[in-house]
Design a binder for this molecule. Structure first.
Ligand code: PGA
Length: 255
C-alpha cells in the first residue's frame, strides 16, 4: 500500500502543560490555522483540560485525545481515569506507553498492553509509543528493543483492532532534547516497525497502520521527516504548544 493511502496524523502531546483556560485559548488559536488540513489533527491534553478542549474544538476538524488511561472499568485505583470516563465526554484518542510514563511512573510493556486492550475495547484509538534509550542505540540493540515493545504492547490485539491503533516511534534520546533523529534514522525504525507488524499480522494489515515519528519534531524539520515513506505523521511535544509551529507541521503533513 502506498503511503498516500494511509492516514497522516499530526498529534500534539501537551504533557503537563496548560490549565483549562489556557487550553481553550491555545485551541482557539490552533483551530482556524488548521481548518483546511489534509491530515488528521489531534490535541492530546491533560485530563482536566479535556472538557474545555472538547468544547473549544466542537464543530472543527481537531480531535481530542487523553495522555493515558487505566485498564479497569472502575474500582479502587485512586487517581486513575477509566476509558469509559474518557469516552463519555467525547475523547477519541489516547496516548499510551509514552517514554515519560515508562521512565517516571513505572509503566511496563505489560501495563501498556493492558491499557491498549482496554482502550480498544472501549472504542478509543490508542497512540502506542515505542522507542529506544540512547544507551540501547549505542549498544546497537534498537531493533531488539522495538521488536519486543511492539510484540508485547500489542499482544492479543486482533487484526480488526489494529485498524484503530496508531504507533508512535519516539527515540527517547530525541524527546524534548532538541536532538532529532535524522530522517533516515526515523525511516529505518518506522520501516522496521512496519516489518514487525507484517510478521505479527500480515503485510496488508501492516501497510494500513499509521506510524508517527516523535522527538523534537518541529516546523523546521517536519517536511524532511514526513517525506519518508514509512513516516506517516508526528507526535509533537514542545512545538504543539505554539499554535503557529503546530499549524506549520500540520501543513507539512498535508502536502
Ligand atoms: P518533543 O516531545 O516534541 O518535545 O520532543 C515529543 C513527545 O514526547 O511526544
Amino acid at each position: 500500500m502506498d503511503k498516500a493511502k494511509r492516514k497522516a496524523i499530526i498529534a500534539g502531546n501537551w504533557k503537563m502543560n496548560k490549565t483549562p483556560k489556557e487550553a481553550t485559548a491555545l485551541l482557539n488559536a490552533i483551530t482556524p490555522l488548521v481548518k483546511d488540513a489534509d491530515c488528521e489533527v489531534i490535541a492530546c491534553v491533560p485530563y482536566v483540560d479535556l472538557a474545555a478542549a472538547i468544547e473549544a474544538t466542537a464543530g472543527t476538524n481537531v480531535k481530542i485525545g487523553a495522555e493515558n488511561c487505566h485498564w479497569a472499568e472502575s474500582g479502587a485505583f485512586t487517581g486513575e481515569i477509566s476509558t469509559g470516563m474518557l469516552k463519555e465526554i467525547g475523547v477519541e484518542y489516547v496516548v499510551l506507553g509514552h517514554s515519560e510514563r515508562r521512565q517516571y511512573f513505572g509503566e511496563t510493556d505489560e501495563t501498556v498492553n493492558k491499557r491498549t486492550k482496554a482502550a480498544l475495547a472501549a472504542g478509543l484509538k490508542p497512540i502506542v509509543c515505542v522507542g529506544e534509550l540512547l544507551w540501547e542505540r549505542e549498544c546497537d540493540i534498537t531493533e531488539e528493543v522495538i521488536a519486543r515493545q511492539i510484540k508485547l504492547d500489542l499482544w492479543d490485539v486482533t487484526e480488526e483492532e489494529l485498524k484503530n491503533v496508531v504507533i508512535a516511534y519516539e527515540p527517547v534520546w530525541a524527546i524534548g532534547t532538541g536532538k532529532t533523529a535524522t530522517s533516515d534514522q526515523a525511516e529505518e525504525v518506522c520501516a522496521f516497525i512496519r516489518a514487525q507488524l507484517a510478521k505479527l499480522y500480515n503485510q496488508d494489515a501492516a501497510d494500513a497502520v499509521t506510524i508517527q515519528y516523535g522527538g523534537s519534531m518541529n516546523d523546521g524539520n517536519a517536511d524532511e521527516l514526513l517525506s519518508k515513506t514509512n513516516v506517516d505523521g508526528g507526535l509533537i511535544g514542545g512545538a504543539s504548544l505554539v499554535a503557529e509551529k503546530f499549524a506549520a507541521i500540520v501543513k507539512a503533513a498535508s502536502k
